[in-house]
Design a protein around this ligand. Sequence first.
Ligand SMILES: Nc1ncnc2c1ncn2[C@@H]1O[C@H](COP(=O)(O)OP(=O)(O)OP(=O)(O)O)[C@@H](O)[C@H]1O
Length: 339
Amino acid sequence: MEQPIIEINGLSKYYGSLKAVDDLHLSIGKGEIFGLLGPNGAGKSTTILMLLGLTEPSAGEARICGLNPARNPIPIKRKVGYMPDNVGFYHELTALENLVYIGRLNGIPETEIRQLARDMLIEVGLEAAMDQKAGTFSRGMKQRLGLADVLIKQPEVIILDEPTLGIDPAGVRDFLELIRQLSQRQGITILLSSHHLHQVQQVCNRVGIFVAGRLLAEGNIATLAGNLFQTAPYVVAVTLKSDVGQRETLENELMRLPAVKKVTVAANTVEISGGEDITPDIVRFFVGKGFDVMGVQQKTYGLDEIYQRYFETNLKENISNEKSSGLFQRSFFGRFKKH
Ligand SMILES: Nc1ncnc2c1ncn2[C@@H]1O[C@H](COP(=O)(O)OP(=O)(O)OP(=O)(O)O)[C@@H](O)[C@H]1O
């Protein structure tokens, strides 16, 4: 990792007996895009508030750009741009006027302010709309304006809380691409919180999986998958022309092949996991048995599988509130699409 720009050591926040954030340790390098991923109530916003110096930690400390936010809340605000999930603007002012106003609040000299505001609006793709009133903006445009609002401070770190909430899929794609470009072009470090697995996966170099105040795992997708799926990292999915007949017999025969660790049959699809690349053996097996093979796909693990695995082992221990876990599962797994 490049030199860390965010360092978190034992950071904790308690509300009475509730551990909203519990002993968080994390290091984020310059220019990284890090995704804080977790269900509602996991502690993402509380972590962000502590990083911004807006709430005091109960224990531990954070450092951003070498500064402790709890002790230096004002200097931190100069270095860190924060975009909440719902950015407010003056609806009667144009995008440009809103931005000039924010620039003034941030102490940008009058001689530079208009040009800088224009540049930022161009940067976020709002060039054509800069003289339009903010009240007429779509949610996606407001998020872009929110980003311009943050960028005008020329921060070293940007923290985005659920930045894509309520934006349509095309808008989400564009917005994430914009974030990626900003990070690449300007070397800005970005911390983004989300409960949208696939979005986080698209844009983040690393993710942290946060549940009930604790960071259960962190790393890039390949590392997380490697840790979790060590024993059977190779998966091949075979699609047949018709449904598998004797399911149990087929499963048993497949399990007898060398290196096969797990077999899952669903209608005309069979998924086989193994300790090594078993694709040629599997194809030979099905063809030898006289099946019409329509497709063979080598699968790689995505965040949804990784997340689900963490939940298989941690959900019961970590989430005592059944209602919130149910909510979480609906919001996460309801939107999964398989790779
Ligand atoms: N001021 C507060 N007083 C008491 N409890 C709080 C306070 N702020 C947050 N909490 C609790 O701390 C826990 C973590 O909340 P937090 O808002 O950080 O979660 P989150 O991961 O950001 O969730 P969401 O995605 O819903 O914003 C929750 O159980 C929440 O109810």
